[in-house]
Design a protein around this ligand. Structure first.
Ligand code: ADP
Length: 169
């Protein structure tokens, strides 16, 4: 599995799937979630509402999928990151689950290329360095015959620097 780092806006990325740092309501929010719904159009929200009607809210650490509306990707995988509360062990396990469950879902969809934002490091205030270590570790240790490329999309300078160092780029 190839790993790439891109600085920029995940809504512009042409991978088969992009991951959204959603909230458990699945009804949209700020940050990357807001950007994805704005750029992708109302189809994504309609599908999120259908999922909610079927299964209720999406739990922290879990992931669900919709199509990608007007975005260049085929799918949006919505995963709910933990809100940082200082409980390092619990928050780390939940964040690791976000990456693992998103990758598993992607495999089931036969996704070859997938892009991740820096889940939980915005409004949810997860420490960026620790979040990046978990993200890189989970992706590197995920053995896949299906997924060929994972792109980490960093929006802010600090995350970009952290990922660049961790990935030796
Ligand atoms: P969370 O609630 O999980 O913290 P946020 O959207 O607030 O989610 O932030 C998660 C990360 O997404 C932050 O590092 C933020 O800089 C980044 N981000 C915000 N907008 C975009 C975008 N358009 N593309 C990629 N990343 C983004």
């Amino acid at each position: 599995m190839k790993i790439e780092l891109i600085k920029g806006d995940i809504t512009k990325i042409r991978t088969d799937a992009i991951v959204n740092a959603a909230n458990s309501s699945l009804l949209g929010g700020g940050g990357v979630d807001g950007a994805i719904h704005r750029a992708g159009g109302k189809r994504i929200l309609e599908e999120c509402i259908e999922i909610r009607n079927k299964q209720g809210k999406c739990k922290t650490g879990e992931a669900v999928v919709t199509t990608a509306g007007n975005l260049p990707a085929k799918y949006v995988i919505h995963t709910v990151g933990p809100i940082w509360n200082g409980d390092e062990k619990k928050c780390s396990l939940l964040l690791a689950s976000c990456y693992k469950n998103s990758l598993k879902l992607a495999e089931n969809l036969d996704v070859k290329t997938i892009a991740f934002p820096n889940i939980s490091t915005g409004v949810y205030r997860f420490p960026k360095e620790l979040a990046a270590k978990i993200a890189v570790d989970k992706v590197k240790n995920f053995q896949s015959e299906i997924i060929e490329k994972v792109v980490f999309v960093c929006f802010d300078d600090e995350n970009e620097m952290i990922y660049r160092q961790l990935l030796n780029l």
